[in-house]
Design a binder for this molecule. Structure first.
Ligand SMILES: Nc1ncnc2c1ncn2[C@@H]1O[C@H](COP(=O)(O)OP(=O)(O)O)[C@@H](O)[C@H]1O
Ligand SMILES: [Mg+2]
Length: 232
């Protein structure tokens, strides 16, 4: 493994939260490396620190100590504005709930990250429609989030996360609110799209099927990474 292949690295990450007058360590010295195009599943019981790890690695939240290196840059050295700009261009995030903007069509929702990064609206909408095609939603492009099913909304959220062609796509329990059939469709599309983009994927999941299909399975317990298993 060479340093060049590593797109994301967290080193000795610690995150403490103040709860009343006691300090809770949600992350305890977590070190993780994600290589280009690698699909990583993070598994572990509820409360084990998975979301905190994803939030810190994606720059949504800052660690109490330790460093995060994204594409060779130590993100703690960035200002808020630089961090926001790097996130907008290089990171996609899918949450359990789609968080689509209700007053925008699916195409406009998917186009939004491009428009915010300075792409012209007409071009952004074209790319958004292409990306909706990738997740099987061409025919839904002009509809509102309220007009589509939960599975379709989540597929649109995946298209939105991928439209800027990020280097890393994070997904925090993206199938958690879906039934089994829609969950597997969402999971397959996410995996396919991330690999088509040549991006790295970091997916938090309870779904052992998704974890089994991953290149790396990282297991967390009580704030620590207790196992990292790379496919041979
Ligand atoms: N903002 C916060 N304030 C206080 N405690 C938090 C906060 N976020 C997470 N925690 C605590 O950190 C631990 C890990 O939480 P989390 O990362 O959400 O776990 P998971 O995603 O694995 O369910 C839990 O004990 C949780 O209560
Ligand atoms: Mg969580």
């Amino acid at each position: 493994m060479t340093a060049n292949d590593i797109v994301l690295r967290g080193e000795l990450l610690r995150k403490e939260f103040l709860s009343g007058d006691t300090t809770v360590a949600a992350l305890k010295d977590c070190t993780i490396e994600v290589l280009a195009s690698e699909f990583v599943a993070i598994v572990g019981k509820s409360g084990s620190g998975k979301s905190t790890l994803a939030n810190v690695l994606s720059g949504l939240d800052r660690p109490t100590s330790g460093t995060v290196t994204l594409l060779g840059r130590d993100i703690s050295s960035l200002s808020e504005a630089e961090m926001a700009s790097l996130r907008a261009r290089k990171i996609g995030f899918v949450l359990q709930k789609d968080n689509l903007i209700p007053s925008l069509t699916l195409a406009e929702n998917v186009a939004a990250p491009l428009v915010m990064s300075g792409v012209k609206l007409s071009q952004a909408l074209r790319s958004a429609r292409d990306m909706l095609g990738e997740v099987g939603l061409d025919h839904r492009a002009a509809q509102w989030p309220s007009q589509v099913s939960g599975g379709e909304a989540q597929r649109a959220a995946i298209a939105r996360a991928c439209v800027v062609e990020p280097a890393v796509v994070f997904a925090d329990e993206p199938t958690g609110a879906l039934d089994e059939e829609n969950g597997s469709r969402v999971q397959e599309l996410l995996h396919k799209l991330v690999s088509t983009l040549g991006a790295a994927g970091l997916i938090i999941t309870h779904d052992m099927d998704l974890a089994t299909g991953a290149d790396v399975v990282v297991t967390m317990a009580d704030g620590a990474i207790v196992n990292t298993k790379r496919k041979a």
